[in-house]
Design a protein around this ligand. Structure first.
Ligand code: UT7
Length: 322
Protein backbone atom coordinates (compact mmCIF):
# COMPACT_ATOMS: atom_id res chain seq x y z
CA UNK A 1 0.00 0.00 0.00
CA UNK A 2 1.25 3.48 -0.88
CA UNK A 3 0.56 6.33 1.52
CA UNK A 4 0.98 10.08 1.15
CA UNK A 5 2.96 11.55 4.03
CA UNK A 6 3.60 15.20 4.80
CA UNK A 7 7.32 15.78 4.25
CA UNK A 8 7.30 19.53 4.86
CA UNK A 9 5.08 22.48 5.69
CA UNK A 10 5.34 26.21 5.04
CA UNK A 11 3.28 29.35 5.34
CA UNK A 12 3.25 33.03 4.54
CA UNK A 13 1.33 35.95 6.02
CA UNK A 14 1.16 39.46 4.53
CA UNK A 15 3.20 42.05 6.40
CA UNK A 16 0.31 44.44 6.98
CA UNK A 17 -1.71 43.81 10.15
CA UNK A 18 -5.17 45.20 10.88
CA UNK A 19 -6.06 45.11 14.57
CA UNK A 20 -9.56 45.29 16.01
CA UNK A 21 -8.69 48.81 17.14
CA UNK A 22 -7.88 49.72 13.51
CA UNK A 23 -11.32 48.42 12.51
CA UNK A 24 -12.96 50.58 15.19
CA UNK A 25 -11.81 53.56 13.12
CA UNK A 26 -13.27 52.11 9.92
CA UNK A 27 -16.76 50.96 10.99
CA UNK A 28 -19.16 50.82 13.92
CA UNK A 29 -17.63 47.95 15.86
CA UNK A 30 -15.53 47.39 18.95
CA UNK A 31 -12.51 45.34 19.96
CA UNK A 32 -14.64 43.92 22.77
CA UNK A 33 -17.44 42.71 20.42
CA UNK A 34 -15.01 41.10 17.99
CA UNK A 35 -13.02 39.32 20.72
CA UNK A 36 -16.10 38.10 22.56
CA UNK A 37 -18.01 36.89 19.50
CA UNK A 38 -15.10 35.51 17.46
CA UNK A 39 -11.86 35.36 19.48
CA UNK A 40 -10.14 37.42 16.76
CA UNK A 41 -7.62 40.09 17.81
CA UNK A 42 -5.97 40.91 14.51
CA UNK A 43 -5.69 39.76 10.90
CA UNK A 44 -3.09 40.07 8.12
CA UNK A 45 -4.16 41.89 4.99
CA UNK A 46 -2.44 41.70 1.59
CA UNK A 47 -0.75 44.84 0.33
CA UNK A 48 -1.20 46.07 -3.23
CA UNK A 49 1.83 44.07 -4.38
CA UNK A 50 0.76 40.83 -2.68
CA UNK A 51 -1.49 38.27 -4.34
CA UNK A 52 -2.75 34.77 -3.68
CA UNK A 53 0.06 33.43 -5.89
CA UNK A 54 2.81 35.51 -4.25
CA UNK A 55 1.78 34.33 -0.77
CA UNK A 56 1.46 30.76 -2.10
CA UNK A 57 4.93 30.89 -3.64
CA UNK A 58 6.64 31.76 -0.35
CA UNK A 59 4.62 29.17 1.59
CA UNK A 60 5.51 26.56 -1.06
CA UNK A 61 9.22 27.41 -1.03
CA UNK A 62 9.31 27.05 2.76
CA UNK A 63 7.49 23.70 2.61
CA UNK A 64 9.81 22.40 -0.14
CA UNK A 65 12.84 23.46 1.87
CA UNK A 66 11.60 21.64 4.98
CA UNK A 67 10.83 18.55 2.89
CA UNK A 68 14.18 18.62 1.08
CA UNK A 69 12.29 18.35 -2.20
CA UNK A 70 13.15 20.32 -5.35
CA UNK A 71 10.36 22.04 -7.26
CA UNK A 72 11.11 20.11 -10.44
CA UNK A 73 10.47 16.83 -8.59
CA UNK A 74 6.80 17.73 -8.04
CA UNK A 75 4.31 15.95 -10.24
CA UNK A 76 1.12 17.45 -8.79
CA UNK A 77 0.36 20.99 -7.60
CA UNK A 78 -3.05 21.86 -6.13
CA UNK A 79 -4.06 25.29 -4.83
CA UNK A 80 -7.22 25.45 -2.72
CA UNK A 81 -8.54 28.99 -3.09
CA UNK A 82 -11.69 31.00 -3.71
CA UNK A 83 -9.63 34.14 -4.41
CA UNK A 84 -7.41 33.18 -7.38
CA UNK A 85 -5.15 35.83 -8.94
CA UNK A 86 -6.95 35.57 -12.25
CA UNK A 87 -9.84 33.67 -13.78
CA UNK A 88 -7.33 31.97 -16.08
CA UNK A 89 -4.76 30.58 -15.77
CA UNK A 90 -5.16 28.72 -12.49
CA UNK A 91 -3.17 30.15 -9.59
CA UNK A 92 -1.54 26.70 -9.37
CA UNK A 93 -0.05 27.25 -12.84
CA UNK A 94 1.26 30.70 -11.84
CA UNK A 95 2.90 29.21 -8.75
CA UNK A 96 4.25 26.32 -10.83
CA UNK A 97 6.00 28.74 -13.22
CA UNK A 98 7.41 30.82 -10.37
CA UNK A 99 8.71 27.69 -8.64
CA UNK A 100 10.41 26.60 -11.88
CA UNK A 101 8.45 23.38 -12.31
CA UNK A 102 7.44 22.20 -15.77
CA UNK A 103 5.11 19.31 -16.47
CA UNK A 104 3.38 18.67 -13.13
CA UNK A 105 -0.42 18.61 -13.23
CA UNK A 106 -1.46 21.95 -11.70
CA UNK A 107 -5.00 22.94 -10.75
CA UNK A 108 -7.04 25.13 -8.44
CA UNK A 109 -9.81 23.73 -6.27
CA UNK A 110 -12.55 26.06 -5.09
CA UNK A 111 -14.15 24.52 -2.03
CA UNK A 112 -14.05 27.78 -0.02
CA UNK A 113 -12.81 27.16 3.54
CA UNK A 114 -12.51 23.41 2.87
CA UNK A 115 -10.14 24.00 -0.08
CA UNK A 116 -6.99 22.69 1.60
CA UNK A 117 -8.64 19.48 2.76
CA UNK A 118 -10.21 18.97 -0.67
CA UNK A 119 -6.69 19.35 -2.13
CA UNK A 120 -5.26 16.93 0.44
CA UNK A 121 -7.97 14.39 -0.37
CA UNK A 122 -7.28 14.63 -4.13
CA UNK A 123 -3.50 14.45 -3.74
CA UNK A 124 -3.83 11.49 -1.38
CA UNK A 125 -5.96 9.57 -3.88
CA UNK A 126 -3.55 10.40 -6.75
CA UNK A 127 -0.63 9.15 -4.70
CA UNK A 128 -2.38 6.00 -3.51
CA UNK A 129 -3.08 5.01 -7.11
CA UNK A 130 0.41 5.82 -8.37
CA UNK A 131 -0.59 9.00 -10.23
CA UNK A 132 1.90 11.14 -8.33
CA UNK A 133 4.97 10.57 -6.14
CA UNK A 134 5.53 14.12 -4.88
CA UNK A 135 2.73 16.65 -4.52
CA UNK A 136 2.35 20.21 -3.30
CA UNK A 137 -0.97 21.17 -1.71
CA UNK A 138 -1.54 24.84 -0.91
CA UNK A 139 -4.41 26.69 0.76
CA UNK A 140 -4.21 30.41 0.00
CA UNK A 141 -6.50 33.41 0.05
CA UNK A 142 -6.67 37.16 -0.35
CA UNK A 143 -10.17 37.47 1.08
CA UNK A 144 -9.60 41.18 1.74
CA UNK A 145 -10.13 41.69 -2.01
CA UNK A 146 -13.73 40.44 -1.79
CA UNK A 147 -14.50 41.85 1.66
CA UNK A 148 -17.08 44.61 1.84
CA UNK A 149 -15.37 46.96 4.30
CA UNK A 150 -18.72 48.73 4.81
CA UNK A 151 -20.34 45.54 6.17
CA UNK A 152 -19.33 45.09 9.80
CA UNK A 153 -21.04 41.68 10.00
CA UNK A 154 -18.41 40.16 7.70
CA UNK A 155 -15.49 42.62 7.45
CA UNK A 156 -14.18 41.89 10.95
CA UNK A 157 -13.99 38.14 10.33
CA UNK A 158 -11.54 37.56 7.50
CA UNK A 159 -7.80 37.65 6.84
CA UNK A 160 -5.27 36.81 4.13
CA UNK A 161 -2.47 34.24 4.02
CA UNK A 162 -1.18 30.97 2.59
CA UNK A 163 -0.11 27.59 3.91
CA UNK A 164 1.43 24.65 2.08
CA UNK A 165 2.29 20.99 2.52
CA UNK A 166 4.65 18.85 0.44
CA UNK A 167 3.48 15.25 0.23
CA UNK A 168 5.71 12.29 -0.59
CA UNK A 169 4.71 8.73 -1.46
CA UNK A 170 5.67 6.38 1.36
CA UNK A 171 5.23 2.76 2.46
CA UNK A 172 4.31 4.01 5.93
CA UNK A 173 1.32 6.24 6.83
CA UNK A 174 0.97 9.15 6.24
CA UNK A 175 -2.54 10.15 5.55
CA UNK A 176 -4.78 7.44 6.96
CA UNK A 177 -8.23 8.77 6.02
CA UNK A 178 -9.84 11.71 4.26
CA UNK A 179 -13.48 12.55 3.70
CA UNK A 180 -14.93 15.41 1.67
CA UNK A 181 -18.59 16.38 1.27
CA UNK A 182 -20.79 19.21 0.08
CA UNK A 183 -24.41 20.30 0.02
CA UNK A 184 -25.29 23.09 -2.41
CA UNK A 185 -28.65 23.65 -0.74
CA UNK A 186 -27.17 26.32 1.53
CA UNK A 187 -25.73 28.61 -1.16
CA UNK A 188 -27.67 31.61 0.16
CA UNK A 189 -26.16 31.47 3.65
CA UNK A 190 -22.59 32.24 2.59
CA UNK A 191 -21.78 33.60 -0.86
CA UNK A 192 -20.71 36.39 -3.15
CA UNK A 193 -23.71 37.44 -5.21
CA UNK A 194 -21.54 38.50 -8.14
CA UNK A 195 -19.04 36.47 -10.10
CA UNK A 196 -17.78 35.79 -13.58
CA UNK A 197 -20.89 34.59 -15.35
CA UNK A 198 -23.23 36.68 -13.19
CA UNK A 199 -21.13 39.78 -13.83
CA UNK A 200 -18.69 41.34 -11.41
CA UNK A 201 -17.19 44.81 -11.34
CA UNK A 202 -14.55 44.56 -8.66
CA UNK A 203 -13.94 48.31 -8.55
CA UNK A 204 -17.45 49.41 -7.57
CA UNK A 205 -19.73 46.48 -6.94
CA UNK A 206 -19.17 46.03 -3.22
CA UNK A 207 -22.68 44.84 -2.77
CA UNK A 208 -21.64 41.64 -4.52
CA UNK A 209 -18.77 40.84 -2.15
CA UNK A 210 -18.97 38.21 0.63
CA UNK A 211 -22.34 37.98 2.34
CA UNK A 212 -23.14 35.67 5.23
CA UNK A 213 -26.04 34.81 7.49
CA UNK A 214 -23.58 34.35 10.33
CA UNK A 215 -25.80 32.76 12.93
CA UNK A 216 -27.23 30.09 10.62
CA UNK A 217 -23.74 29.24 9.37
CA UNK A 218 -22.47 29.07 12.95
CA UNK A 219 -25.01 26.42 13.97
CA UNK A 220 -24.35 24.26 10.90
CA UNK A 221 -20.60 24.54 11.37
CA UNK A 222 -20.71 23.26 14.96
CA UNK A 223 -22.96 20.30 14.11
CA UNK A 224 -20.90 19.38 11.04
CA UNK A 225 -17.49 19.50 12.77
CA UNK A 226 -18.70 16.94 15.24
CA UNK A 227 -20.21 14.52 12.72
CA UNK A 228 -17.32 14.65 10.25
CA UNK A 229 -14.66 14.20 12.90
CA UNK A 230 -16.48 11.13 14.18
CA UNK A 231 -16.83 9.80 10.61
CA UNK A 232 -13.09 9.98 10.05
CA UNK A 233 -12.16 8.47 13.40
CA UNK A 234 -14.73 5.67 13.02
CA UNK A 235 -13.34 4.91 9.56
CA UNK A 236 -10.16 3.77 11.28
CA UNK A 237 -11.99 2.11 14.14
CA UNK A 238 -10.25 4.63 16.33
CA UNK A 239 -11.13 6.76 19.31
CA UNK A 240 -10.72 10.46 20.00
CA UNK A 241 -7.90 9.56 22.44
CA UNK A 242 -5.86 8.37 19.43
CA UNK A 243 -5.66 11.99 18.25
CA UNK A 244 -2.70 14.03 19.50
CA UNK A 245 -3.79 17.29 17.85
CA UNK A 246 -7.06 18.60 16.45
CA UNK A 247 -6.56 21.31 13.81
CA UNK A 248 -9.95 22.77 12.93
CA UNK A 249 -10.69 25.45 10.35
CA UNK A 250 -10.16 28.77 12.13
CA UNK A 251 -13.46 30.63 11.64
CA UNK A 252 -14.51 31.51 15.16
CA UNK A 253 -13.14 30.58 18.60
CA UNK A 254 -16.66 29.81 19.79
CA UNK A 255 -17.17 27.29 16.96
CA UNK A 256 -13.78 25.69 17.73
CA UNK A 257 -14.50 25.46 21.46
CA UNK A 258 -17.97 24.01 20.87
CA UNK A 259 -16.63 21.45 18.38
CA UNK A 260 -13.82 20.42 20.75
CA UNK A 261 -16.28 20.06 23.61
CA UNK A 262 -18.63 17.87 21.56
CA UNK A 263 -15.68 15.67 20.62
CA UNK A 264 -14.44 15.58 24.25
CA UNK A 265 -11.12 16.94 22.99
CA UNK A 266 -9.32 19.05 25.63
CA UNK A 267 -8.42 22.55 24.36
CA UNK A 268 -4.73 21.86 25.18
CA UNK A 269 -4.75 19.48 22.19
CA UNK A 270 -6.46 21.92 19.82
CA UNK A 271 -4.36 24.19 17.59
CA UNK A 272 -5.84 27.70 17.41
CA UNK A 273 -4.59 30.66 15.40
CA UNK A 274 -7.89 32.46 14.83
CA UNK A 275 -6.87 35.18 17.32
CA UNK A 276 -3.87 36.18 15.18
CA UNK A 277 -4.99 35.23 11.66
CA UNK A 278 -8.82 35.55 11.71
CA UNK A 279 -10.63 33.39 9.13
CA UNK A 280 -8.31 32.85 6.16
CA UNK A 281 -10.62 30.29 4.50
CA UNK A 282 -8.60 27.61 2.65
CA UNK A 283 -5.36 28.90 4.19
CA UNK A 284 -6.43 28.53 7.81
CA UNK A 285 -5.60 24.85 8.42
CA UNK A 286 -2.19 24.77 6.65
CA UNK A 287 -1.26 28.07 8.35
CA UNK A 288 -2.14 26.62 11.76
CA UNK A 289 -0.35 23.36 10.94
CA UNK A 290 2.86 25.07 9.86
CA UNK A 291 2.87 27.40 12.85
CA UNK A 292 2.46 24.49 15.28
CA UNK A 293 5.14 22.43 13.51
CA UNK A 294 7.67 25.27 13.51
CA UNK A 295 6.94 26.06 17.17
CA UNK A 296 7.77 22.41 17.95
CA UNK A 297 4.30 21.66 19.30
CA UNK A 298 3.44 19.11 16.60
CA UNK A 299 6.14 16.45 16.37
CA UNK A 300 6.93 13.64 13.94
CA UNK A 301 4.90 10.51 14.60
CA UNK A 302 1.96 12.33 16.17
CA UNK A 303 -1.59 11.83 14.92
CA UNK A 304 -3.47 14.84 13.60
CA UNK A 305 -7.16 15.34 12.90
CA UNK A 306 -8.08 18.24 10.61
CA UNK A 307 -11.60 19.41 9.86
CA UNK A 308 -13.00 22.27 7.81
CA UNK A 309 -16.36 23.74 6.93
CA UNK A 310 -17.20 26.50 4.48
CA UNK A 311 -19.31 28.02 1.74
CA UNK A 312 -21.14 25.59 -0.48
CA UNK A 313 -21.58 24.21 2.07
CA UNK A 314 -18.45 22.13 1.76
CA UNK A 315 -16.79 20.19 4.52
CA UNK A 316 -13.92 17.80 4.88
CA UNK A 317 -11.66 16.04 7.33
CA UNK A 318 -8.34 14.24 7.35
CA UNK A 319 -6.58 12.02 9.86
CA UNK A 320 -2.87 11.47 9.43
CA UNK A 321 0.33 10.48 11.11
CA UNK A 322 2.70 13.44 10.83
O1 UT7 B 1 -15.55 30.04 7.40
C1 UT7 B 1 -16.78 29.66 6.92
C2 UT7 B 1 -17.74 29.49 7.98
N1 UT7 B 1 -18.00 30.73 8.66
C3 UT7 B 1 -18.30 30.68 9.91
O2 UT7 B 1 -18.25 29.60 10.45
C4 UT7 B 1 -18.76 31.91 10.60
C5 UT7 B 1 -20.00 31.58 11.40
N2 UT7 B 1 -20.64 32.68 12.13
C6 UT7 B 1 -20.04 33.35 13.12
O3 UT7 B 1 -18.89 33.17 13.43
C7 UT7 B 1 -20.92 34.28 13.94
O4 UT7 B 1 -22.27 34.07 13.60
C8 UT7 B 1 -20.57 35.79 13.77
C9 UT7 B 1 -19.26 36.08 14.46
C10 UT7 B 1 -20.49 36.13 12.30
C11 UT7 B 1 -21.64 36.65 14.43
O5 UT7 B 1 -21.82 36.29 15.79
P1 UT7 B 1 -23.30 36.06 16.37
O6 UT7 B 1 -23.14 35.77 17.80
O7 UT7 B 1 -23.94 35.03 15.51
O8 UT7 B 1 -23.94 37.48 16.21
P2 UT7 B 1 -25.22 37.93 15.37
O9 UT7 B 1 -24.96 37.82 13.91
O10 UT7 B 1 -26.42 37.25 15.92
O11 UT7 B 1 -25.29 39.49 15.74
C12 UT7 B 1 -25.50 39.92 17.07
C13 UT7 B 1 -25.52 41.45 17.10
C14 UT7 B 1 -26.42 42.08 16.04
O12 UT7 B 1 -27.04 43.21 16.62
P3 UT7 B 1 -28.58 43.13 17.15
O13 UT7 B 1 -29.39 42.73 15.97
O14 UT7 B 1 -28.55 42.08 18.24
O15 UT7 B 1 -28.82 44.52 17.64
C15 UT7 B 1 -25.47 42.53 14.98
O16 UT7 B 1 -25.94 43.63 14.23
O17 UT7 B 1 -24.21 41.97 16.84
C16 UT7 B 1 -24.28 42.95 15.80
N3 UT7 B 1 -23.03 42.94 15.05
C17 UT7 B 1 -21.94 43.65 15.40
N4 UT7 B 1 -21.71 44.52 16.39
C18 UT7 B 1 -20.48 45.07 16.47
C19 UT7 B 1 -22.73 42.19 13.96
N5 UT7 B 1 -21.45 42.43 13.58
C20 UT7 B 1 -20.95 43.32 14.45
C21 UT7 B 1 -19.69 43.94 14.59
N6 UT7 B 1 -19.49 44.81 15.60
N7 UT7 B 1 -18.67 43.69 13.75
Amino acid sequence: MTYARIAGTGSCLPEKILTNKDLEGMMETSDEWIRERTGIKRRHVAGDDETTSSLSLIAAQRALEMAGVKADELDLIIVGTCTPDKIIPATACIVQRQLGNKGAAAMDVNAACSGFLYGLDLANRYMQTGGARKALVIGAETLSRITNWDDRTTAVLFGDGAGAAVLEASDEPGIRATHIHSNGEFEDLLQTTGGVSLGFDASCDRDKYIKMQGNAVFKRAVATFDSMARETIADLEGHIDDIDWFIPHQANMRIITAAAKKLSMPMERVITTVDEHANTSAASIPLALDQAVREGRIKRGETLLMAAFGAGFTWGSAMLKF
